[in-house]
Ligand binder design. Structure first.
Ligand code: FRU
Length: 540
């Protein structure tokens, strides 16, 4: 690997080297957070997939342990693929369900348990003698049958789990039930499916509270809950919100997958194969997602690594009940160091100004924009037929408007040759004003051979109120939360000039109307301690 590593993240989770994809089996168990992940121990490209294992006491600082599960058996010899952990109540033991790519390249589901329950870090895992515990057949394509979820228990005390698949061309959450977690019986009907999508990878299924700010355990039963079903397909993580009734295992989505023009996604940038878990310690649900590289495979080989995890995010149901809101876990704030603040500053139309005094390549920025009074004299949009990503691509950061584009220029060189723009733009839609949020990577790097796709999302906020933006800048990662977490966009960028202390941060407004920053706070971020475990190493 290269000696100089301007793109290696400093507070987003990464393995010491080589390839990483999906987060697996995240859990909180007896004071320790565990994260497993899809890992190639030998190269910075996909292959030889095993379960790597890291532990943490605060979800920010991590210790890498030895692999937990390696491809060693006929039922997983071609790869130990994604899966989940469930903590069995009563005995309070964790158990992992994962997909094996078997000797015939068929996908089967397997169990693994800790070898030694008295090891607080659960370093060694053993595979069940009963593996595989679920196999394809009966209309299931053995190449499209993977990624078991965390299991949940109905009021009948029976365990349920879903497996991602495709049946008759439809994306499907295949349902299994078990009394003992070992003998699993496929239910006649899937939990849910869609004739508008293909294969579902990495499904996730969990309750959210429609009152209050607490997360819920996967098996929680009670009033005032909705259930979220997430599926990964077409490069994105889509979710629906609906009602689940465990007696009949009936799930109905309020608005189903692909049934509206604007789809609900966890993130409108790069974020895939995510998984959530219930943190019983802090009573919250936390989401992890895989963020891939946007540079070339040969760049990855040269760097010696590929793939990061998003900042863990707490997820809650929004007040409207129509979408989720996500926010970086509170613990991240402990990395905040030097701070700059601005109050009540007008940014005139067509201007840019620098926010100096922090390390702009490694920062956390929170800003609140306040718009002038406006009525009809702004850009119009046909909201019924518009894809926000396309709109952001057409009206990128250099295209002047009326109210917007305004926002931040991050990882920017001092002459702005390189810049990544995260911005808003306000439109008058059919029956209301619409807030568009964009992350424009098109000028992010002088390098060729980098994917500089522009991302976009609508943010369901009222533009007569203040509009908030939080952006986490981490060397090659720009993870943004608009409207207090109503729309998230994660991007990967590889500047050549704007690296380390040559990186700058600006606020800009290329609309004709001026806007106000009612408050801006920006912090340099310290590096998280992400280290390799060895015997005798002091706990973090
Ligand atoms: C998603 C995925 C999963 C599979 C794993 C293999 O990125 O394709 O469906 O289990 O990666 O690494």
């Amino acid at each position: 690997a290269k000696a100089s590593q301007p793109y290696r993240t400093s507070y987003h989770f990464q393995p010491p080297k080589n390839w990483m994809n999906d987060p697996n089996g995240p859990m909180y168990y007896k004071g320790v957070y565990h994260l497993f992940y899809q890992h190639n121990p030998y190269a910075a490209v996909a292959g030889n997939i095993s379960w790597a294992h890291s532990i943490s006491y605060n979800l920010i600082d991590w210790m890498h342990l030895d692999n937990a599960i390696n491809p060693t058996k006929p039922y997983d010899i071609n790869g130990c693929w994604s899966g989940s952990a469930t903590i069995l109540p009563g005995v309070k033991k964790p158990i992992i369900l994962y997909t094996g790519d078997n000797f015939k390249n068929q996908q089967v589901q397997n169990l693994a348990v800790p070898k030694n329950m008295s090891d607080p870090l659960l370093r060694e895992w053993v595979k069940s003698g009963r593996n595989p515990v679920m196999t394809p057949g009966n209309g299931i394509d053995p190449m499209m049958y993977r990624d078991p979820t965390t299991a949940w228990r109905g009021s009948d005390k029976i365990w349920r789990v879903i497996i991602g698949g495709q049946i008759n061309g439809h994306g499907t959450a295949i349902l299994y039930k078990s009394k003992d977690f070992v003998n699993w019986i496929r239910s006649k009907n899937p939990l849910h499916s869609s004739n508008k999508t293909g294969m579902w990878e990495c499904p996730d299924f969990y309750p959210v509270s429609s009152r209050g700010k607490k997360g819920l355990d996967s098996s929680f039963k009670g009033r005032d809950t909705k259930h979220v079903l997430k599926a990964s397909f077409g490069d994105h993580d889509y979710y629906v919100i609906g009602n689940y009734e465990s007696k009949m295992d009936r799930y109905s989505a309020d608005v189903d997958f692909m049934d509206s023009i604007v789809q609900l996604r966890y993130d409108y940038g790069m974020f895939y194969a995510s998984k959530s878990f219930y943190d019983s310690h802090k009573k919250r649900r936390i989401l992890w997602g895989w963020v891939t590289e946007a540079d070339s495979k040969s760049d990855d080989i040269n760097k010696g690594w590929s793939g990061i995890q998003s900042i863990p995010r707490t997820i809650l149901l929004d007040k409207t009940g129509k979408q989720l809101v996500q926010w970086p876990i509170k613990e991240l704030e402990k990395l905040r160091a030097r701070q700059v603040s601005l109050h009540n500053i007008e940014i005139k139309g067509g201007t840019v100004f620098e926010i100096s005094g922090i390390t702009a390549s490694q920062a956390d920025v929170e800003v609140l924009f306040e718009l002038p009074r406006f009525k009809d004299q702004i850009e119009l949009m046909d909201t019924k037929s518009v894809d926000p990503q396309q709109l952001c691509s057409q009206k990128n950061a250099s295209v002047r408007g009326v109210l917007g584009p305004f926002g931040l220029l991050v990882l920017a060189s001092n002459d702005l040759t390189e810049q990544t723009a995260i911005f808003f733009r306000i439109f008058k839609g059919y029956d209301k004003f619409v807030v568009l949020m964009c992350s424009d990577q098109s000028r992010s790097s002088l390098k060729r051979d980098v994917d500089k796709k522009i991302f976009g999302a609508f943010v369901d906020v009222d533009p007569s109120q203040k509009i908030s933006l939080r952006t986490l800048i981490d060397r090659s990662t720009v993870e943004s939360f608009g409207g207090k977490g109503k729309a998230c966009i994660t991007a990967r960028v590889y500047p050549e000039l704007a690296i380390d202390n040559k990186s700058h941060l600006y606020a800009f407004n290329y609309g004709t109307r001026s806007v106000r920053i009612s408050r801006l706070r920006a912090w340099s971020m310290k590096k998280a301690q992400i280290v390799e475990f060895h015997e005798g190493r002091k706990p973090l």
